[in-house]
Ligand binder design. Structure first.
Ligand SMILES: Cc1ncc(COP(=O)(O)O)c(C=O)c1O
Length: 319
Protein backbone atom coordinates (compact mmCIF):
# COMPACT_ATOMS: atom_id res chain seq x y z
CA UNK A 1 0.00 0.00 0.00
CA UNK A 2 1.63 3.29 -1.04
CA UNK A 3 2.25 6.01 1.54
CA UNK A 4 0.55 9.26 0.57
CA UNK A 5 2.79 11.93 2.04
CA UNK A 6 1.05 14.59 4.09
CA UNK A 7 2.40 17.90 5.32
CA UNK A 8 3.36 17.19 8.92
CA UNK A 9 4.64 14.41 11.13
CA UNK A 10 4.68 14.71 14.90
CA UNK A 11 8.29 14.00 15.86
CA UNK A 12 9.62 14.14 19.42
CA UNK A 13 7.01 16.60 20.59
CA UNK A 14 6.65 18.88 17.58
CA UNK A 15 5.00 18.88 14.19
CA UNK A 16 7.74 18.90 11.58
CA UNK A 17 7.51 18.94 7.78
CA UNK A 18 7.04 15.38 6.43
CA UNK A 19 10.50 15.22 4.79
CA UNK A 20 12.28 16.39 7.94
CA UNK A 21 11.16 13.48 10.12
CA UNK A 22 14.41 11.54 9.65
CA UNK A 23 16.73 9.45 11.85
CA UNK A 24 20.45 8.66 12.04
CA UNK A 25 21.54 5.41 10.36
CA UNK A 26 23.23 4.35 13.61
CA UNK A 27 19.96 4.48 15.54
CA UNK A 28 19.70 1.42 17.81
CA UNK A 29 16.31 0.35 16.41
CA UNK A 30 17.64 0.01 12.85
CA UNK A 31 20.26 -2.48 13.99
CA UNK A 32 18.47 -4.40 16.73
CA UNK A 33 14.77 -4.07 15.98
CA UNK A 34 14.13 -2.12 19.18
CA UNK A 35 11.01 -0.23 18.24
CA UNK A 36 7.39 -0.54 19.23
CA UNK A 37 4.53 0.84 17.23
CA UNK A 38 0.81 1.02 16.60
CA UNK A 39 -1.47 1.03 13.59
CA UNK A 40 -4.54 3.14 14.26
CA UNK A 41 -7.41 4.17 12.01
CA UNK A 42 -9.39 7.36 11.84
CA UNK A 43 -12.78 7.05 10.13
CA UNK A 44 -14.97 9.60 8.46
CA UNK A 45 -18.18 9.86 10.48
CA UNK A 46 -21.23 12.15 10.22
CA UNK A 47 -19.66 14.19 13.06
CA UNK A 48 -16.28 14.50 11.32
CA UNK A 49 -13.20 12.29 11.62
CA UNK A 50 -13.01 9.98 14.62
CA UNK A 51 -10.13 7.79 15.77
CA UNK A 52 -11.11 4.21 16.60
CA UNK A 53 -10.02 3.01 20.07
CA UNK A 54 -7.32 5.67 20.40
CA UNK A 55 -6.87 5.28 24.18
CA UNK A 56 -6.50 1.51 23.81
CA UNK A 57 -3.94 1.85 21.02
CA UNK A 58 -1.94 4.30 23.11
CA UNK A 59 -2.12 1.95 26.06
CA UNK A 60 -0.88 -0.95 23.93
CA UNK A 61 2.03 1.20 22.72
CA UNK A 62 3.02 1.87 26.32
CA UNK A 63 2.52 -1.80 27.23
CA UNK A 64 4.82 -2.83 24.36
CA UNK A 65 7.45 -0.32 25.55
CA UNK A 66 7.10 -1.68 29.09
CA UNK A 67 7.85 -5.25 28.03
CA UNK A 68 11.05 -4.07 26.31
CA UNK A 69 11.91 -1.57 29.08
CA UNK A 70 11.88 1.28 26.56
CA UNK A 71 11.62 4.53 28.49
CA UNK A 72 8.79 6.65 27.08
CA UNK A 73 9.64 10.36 27.19
CA UNK A 74 5.99 11.41 26.71
CA UNK A 75 2.80 10.69 28.61
CA UNK A 76 0.04 8.54 27.08
CA UNK A 77 -2.12 11.71 26.89
CA UNK A 78 0.60 13.47 24.86
CA UNK A 79 0.77 10.57 22.37
CA UNK A 80 -3.03 10.45 21.99
CA UNK A 81 -2.99 14.20 21.46
CA UNK A 82 -0.24 13.77 18.83
CA UNK A 83 -2.52 11.31 16.97
CA UNK A 84 -5.28 13.90 16.95
CA UNK A 85 -2.83 16.62 15.93
CA UNK A 86 -1.60 14.79 12.81
CA UNK A 87 -5.19 14.32 11.65
CA UNK A 88 -6.03 17.98 12.22
CA UNK A 89 -2.76 19.47 10.95
CA UNK A 90 -2.96 17.44 7.75
CA UNK A 91 -6.71 17.97 7.39
CA UNK A 92 -7.34 14.24 6.95
CA UNK A 93 -11.11 14.65 6.89
CA UNK A 94 -11.83 11.43 4.99
CA UNK A 95 -10.18 9.18 7.52
CA UNK A 96 -6.61 7.99 7.75
CA UNK A 97 -4.13 5.45 8.95
CA UNK A 98 -2.09 6.66 11.94
CA UNK A 99 1.32 5.19 12.77
CA UNK A 100 2.73 5.99 16.24
CA UNK A 101 6.29 4.66 16.67
CA UNK A 102 8.72 4.70 19.59
CA UNK A 103 12.28 3.47 19.20
CA UNK A 104 15.71 3.39 20.75
CA UNK A 105 17.51 6.10 18.84
CA UNK A 106 21.04 7.30 18.27
CA UNK A 107 23.35 6.90 21.24
CA UNK A 108 25.78 4.08 21.84
CA UNK A 109 25.99 1.06 19.56
CA UNK A 110 25.63 -2.45 21.03
CA UNK A 111 22.67 -4.68 21.82
CA UNK A 112 22.47 -3.55 25.46
CA UNK A 113 24.64 -0.44 25.67
CA UNK A 114 25.78 0.90 29.07
CA UNK A 115 23.84 4.09 28.46
CA UNK A 116 20.35 3.58 27.13
CA UNK A 117 19.95 5.35 23.77
CA UNK A 118 17.36 8.14 23.87
CA UNK A 119 13.84 7.07 22.90
CA UNK A 120 12.52 8.86 19.86
CA UNK A 121 8.79 9.03 19.21
CA UNK A 122 6.99 9.81 15.96
CA UNK A 123 3.37 9.85 14.85
CA UNK A 124 2.57 10.02 11.14
CA UNK A 125 -0.80 9.83 9.38
CA UNK A 126 -1.97 9.58 5.81
CA UNK A 127 -5.01 8.66 3.80
CA UNK A 128 -5.36 4.92 3.42
CA UNK A 129 -7.70 2.57 1.60
CA UNK A 130 -8.07 -1.18 1.75
CA UNK A 131 -5.12 -3.31 2.88
CA UNK A 132 -5.84 -6.56 1.09
CA UNK A 133 -8.14 -5.69 -1.81
CA UNK A 134 -11.24 -3.55 -2.09
CA UNK A 135 -13.50 -6.36 -3.25
CA UNK A 136 -12.18 -8.57 -0.43
CA UNK A 137 -14.68 -7.05 2.02
CA UNK A 138 -17.50 -8.86 0.18
CA UNK A 139 -15.85 -11.64 -1.79
CA UNK A 140 -13.27 -12.72 0.77
CA UNK A 141 -9.65 -13.71 0.26
CA UNK A 142 -7.73 -16.93 -0.34
CA UNK A 143 -5.34 -17.76 2.49
CA UNK A 144 -2.87 -20.53 3.22
CA UNK A 145 -1.28 -22.03 6.29
CA UNK A 146 2.33 -20.94 6.28
CA UNK A 147 5.27 -23.30 6.50
CA UNK A 148 6.70 -20.70 8.92
CA UNK A 149 5.44 -20.98 12.49
CA UNK A 150 4.78 -17.97 14.70
CA UNK A 151 7.31 -17.05 17.37
CA UNK A 152 7.09 -19.49 20.28
CA UNK A 153 5.98 -18.35 23.73
CA UNK A 154 8.84 -16.94 25.81
CA UNK A 155 10.93 -16.14 22.75
CA UNK A 156 9.66 -12.85 21.32
CA UNK A 157 6.56 -11.77 23.25
CA UNK A 158 3.66 -11.70 20.81
CA UNK A 159 1.55 -9.37 22.97
CA UNK A 160 4.11 -6.60 22.46
CA UNK A 161 3.72 -4.91 19.10
CA UNK A 162 7.43 -4.67 18.46
CA UNK A 163 9.13 -4.26 15.08
CA UNK A 164 11.17 -7.44 15.52
CA UNK A 165 8.01 -9.56 15.58
CA UNK A 166 7.31 -8.48 12.04
CA UNK A 167 10.29 -10.44 10.70
CA UNK A 168 8.14 -13.51 11.40
CA UNK A 169 5.19 -11.74 9.74
CA UNK A 170 7.31 -10.95 6.69
CA UNK A 171 8.28 -14.60 6.24
CA UNK A 172 4.63 -15.69 6.53
CA UNK A 173 3.27 -12.91 4.31
CA UNK A 174 5.96 -13.18 1.64
CA UNK A 175 5.57 -16.94 1.33
CA UNK A 176 1.80 -16.62 0.99
CA UNK A 177 2.02 -13.96 -1.73
CA UNK A 178 4.76 -15.86 -3.58
CA UNK A 179 2.40 -18.86 -3.73
CA UNK A 180 -0.50 -16.74 -4.99
CA UNK A 181 -2.48 -16.31 -1.75
CA UNK A 182 -3.64 -13.00 -0.31
CA UNK A 183 -2.46 -13.87 3.19
CA UNK A 184 -0.72 -16.53 5.28
CA UNK A 185 -1.85 -18.02 8.58
CA UNK A 186 0.82 -18.85 11.15
CA UNK A 187 0.58 -21.86 13.46
CA UNK A 188 1.84 -21.49 17.01
CA UNK A 189 4.68 -23.57 18.41
CA UNK A 190 2.26 -26.38 19.39
CA UNK A 191 1.01 -26.64 15.79
CA UNK A 192 -2.39 -25.08 16.49
CA UNK A 193 -3.78 -21.96 14.80
CA UNK A 194 -2.28 -18.61 15.83
CA UNK A 195 -3.01 -15.67 13.51
CA UNK A 196 -2.38 -14.12 10.11
CA UNK A 197 0.85 -12.27 9.35
CA UNK A 198 -0.69 -8.98 10.46
CA UNK A 199 -4.18 -9.81 11.67
CA UNK A 200 -6.14 -12.04 14.04
CA UNK A 201 -8.28 -14.89 12.81
CA UNK A 202 -11.78 -16.08 13.69
CA UNK A 203 -13.72 -19.09 12.52
CA UNK A 204 -17.42 -19.92 12.85
CA UNK A 205 -18.39 -23.50 13.63
CA UNK A 206 -22.00 -24.47 14.28
CA UNK A 207 -22.95 -20.87 15.07
CA UNK A 208 -20.13 -20.36 17.61
CA UNK A 209 -17.37 -17.83 17.01
CA UNK A 210 -13.93 -19.23 17.81
CA UNK A 211 -10.57 -17.46 17.98
CA UNK A 212 -7.19 -18.54 19.36
CA UNK A 213 -6.61 -17.40 22.93
CA UNK A 214 -3.86 -14.93 23.83
CA UNK A 215 -1.60 -17.83 24.82
CA UNK A 216 -1.27 -18.85 21.15
CA UNK A 217 1.32 -16.23 20.15
CA UNK A 218 -1.23 -13.69 18.96
CA UNK A 219 -1.30 -9.94 19.25
CA UNK A 220 -4.20 -8.86 21.47
CA UNK A 221 -5.93 -7.14 18.56
CA UNK A 222 -8.25 -4.24 19.31
CA UNK A 223 -10.43 -5.15 16.34
CA UNK A 224 -10.48 -8.72 17.72
CA UNK A 225 -11.71 -7.34 21.06
CA UNK A 226 -14.32 -5.14 19.38
CA UNK A 227 -15.62 -8.03 17.27
CA UNK A 228 -15.95 -10.24 20.35
CA UNK A 229 -17.94 -7.51 22.14
CA UNK A 230 -20.18 -6.85 19.15
CA UNK A 231 -20.79 -10.57 18.70
CA UNK A 232 -21.65 -11.24 22.36
CA UNK A 233 -23.98 -8.25 22.34
CA UNK A 234 -25.84 -9.90 19.46
CA UNK A 235 -26.21 -13.14 21.39
CA UNK A 236 -23.46 -14.95 19.47
CA UNK A 237 -21.41 -17.33 21.59
CA UNK A 238 -17.69 -16.50 21.46
CA UNK A 239 -14.90 -18.82 22.64
CA UNK A 240 -11.19 -18.07 22.92
CA UNK A 241 -9.67 -21.52 22.61
CA UNK A 242 -7.15 -23.84 20.99
CA UNK A 243 -7.96 -24.36 17.31
CA UNK A 244 -6.44 -27.35 15.54
CA UNK A 245 -5.32 -26.68 11.97
CA UNK A 246 -7.88 -28.99 10.41
CA UNK A 247 -10.74 -27.04 11.99
CA UNK A 248 -9.82 -24.25 9.54
CA UNK A 249 -10.86 -26.56 6.71
CA UNK A 250 -14.04 -27.64 8.48
CA UNK A 251 -15.17 -24.14 9.49
CA UNK A 252 -18.50 -22.77 8.24
CA UNK A 253 -16.99 -19.27 8.01
CA UNK A 254 -13.62 -17.65 8.66
CA UNK A 255 -12.39 -14.07 8.71
CA UNK A 256 -9.40 -11.92 9.59
CA UNK A 257 -9.63 -8.90 11.86
CA UNK A 258 -7.23 -5.99 12.26
CA UNK A 259 -6.93 -2.25 11.97
CA UNK A 260 -5.67 -2.62 8.41
CA UNK A 261 -7.93 -5.46 7.17
CA UNK A 262 -10.89 -4.45 9.37
CA UNK A 263 -13.10 -7.57 8.98
CA UNK A 264 -12.09 -9.51 5.87
CA UNK A 265 -13.80 -12.82 5.04
CA UNK A 266 -11.60 -15.80 4.14
CA UNK A 267 -13.16 -17.82 1.32
CA UNK A 268 -10.55 -20.58 1.10
CA UNK A 269 -7.64 -21.95 3.10
CA UNK A 270 -4.99 -24.06 1.34
CA UNK A 271 -7.37 -24.10 -1.65
CA UNK A 272 -10.12 -25.76 0.41
CA UNK A 273 -13.33 -23.70 0.34
CA UNK A 274 -14.39 -22.34 3.72
CA UNK A 275 -18.11 -23.14 4.04
CA UNK A 276 -19.67 -22.38 0.67
CA UNK A 277 -16.60 -20.36 -0.43
CA UNK A 278 -18.31 -17.01 0.12
CA UNK A 279 -18.73 -14.52 2.93
CA UNK A 280 -20.92 -16.18 5.54
CA UNK A 281 -23.96 -14.66 7.27
CA UNK A 282 -22.30 -14.22 10.66
CA UNK A 283 -19.30 -12.50 9.07
CA UNK A 284 -21.67 -10.14 7.30
CA UNK A 285 -23.58 -9.40 10.52
CA UNK A 286 -20.34 -8.53 12.29
CA UNK A 287 -19.11 -6.41 9.39
CA UNK A 288 -22.37 -4.45 9.45
CA UNK A 289 -22.12 -3.99 13.21
CA UNK A 290 -18.49 -2.87 12.94
CA UNK A 291 -18.85 -0.46 10.01
CA UNK A 292 -22.08 0.80 11.58
CA UNK A 293 -19.96 2.30 14.35
CA UNK A 294 -18.65 4.81 11.82
CA UNK A 295 -21.87 5.47 9.90
CA UNK A 296 -23.78 5.89 13.15
CA UNK A 297 -25.98 2.79 12.68
CA UNK A 298 -24.26 0.98 15.57
CA UNK A 299 -24.35 2.78 18.89
CA UNK A 300 -20.85 3.36 20.28
CA UNK A 301 -21.60 2.12 23.79
CA UNK A 302 -17.97 1.76 24.72
CA UNK A 303 -16.63 5.19 23.84
CA UNK A 304 -14.48 3.70 21.08
CA UNK A 305 -14.75 6.77 18.84
CA UNK A 306 -12.51 9.71 19.65
CA UNK A 307 -13.70 12.65 17.59
CA UNK A 308 -11.01 14.97 16.29
CA UNK A 309 -11.37 18.72 16.52
CA UNK A 310 -10.22 19.77 13.07
CA UNK A 311 -9.41 23.33 14.16
CA UNK A 312 -5.75 24.35 14.23
CA UNK A 313 -3.40 21.80 15.80
CA UNK A 314 -2.56 22.39 19.45
CA UNK A 315 1.10 21.39 19.12
CA UNK A 316 4.04 23.58 18.15
CA UNK A 317 5.04 23.46 14.47
CA UNK A 318 8.73 23.78 13.57
CA UNK A 319 10.15 24.48 10.12
C1 LIG B 1 0.45 -9.59 14.10
C2 LIG B 1 -0.85 -8.85 14.24
N1 LIG B 1 -1.91 -9.49 14.75
C3 LIG B 1 -3.09 -8.89 14.89
C4 LIG B 1 -3.27 -7.57 14.52
C5 LIG B 1 -4.61 -6.91 14.70
O1 LIG B 1 -4.56 -5.98 15.76
P1 LIG B 1 -5.51 -4.71 15.76
O2 LIG B 1 -6.89 -5.18 15.59
O3 LIG B 1 -5.27 -4.07 17.09
O4 LIG B 1 -5.05 -3.84 14.63
C6 LIG B 1 -2.19 -6.86 13.98
C7 LIG B 1 -2.33 -5.46 13.60
O5 LIG B 1 -1.93 -4.59 14.31
C8 LIG B 1 -0.95 -7.51 13.84
O6 LIG B 1 0.09 -6.87 13.32
Amino acid sequence: MPIHATQFIWFNGKLVPWEKATVHVLSHALHYGSSVFEGVRAYETPQGPAIFRLRDHTRRLFDSAKVYRITMPFSPEAISEACRAVIAANQLKRGAYIRPLAFRGYGEIGVTPKTEPPTEVAVAAWEWGHYLAQEAEHAGVDACVSSWQRVAPNTLPALAKAAGNYLSSQLIGMEARRLGFAEGIGLSADGTVSEGSGENIFIVKDGVLLTPSLAHSVLGGLTRGAVMRLARERGIEVRECTIPRELLYLADEAFFTGTAVEITPIRSIDRIAVGNGKRGPLTETLQNAFFGLFSGKTQDKWGWLDHVDMAAPRVAVTA
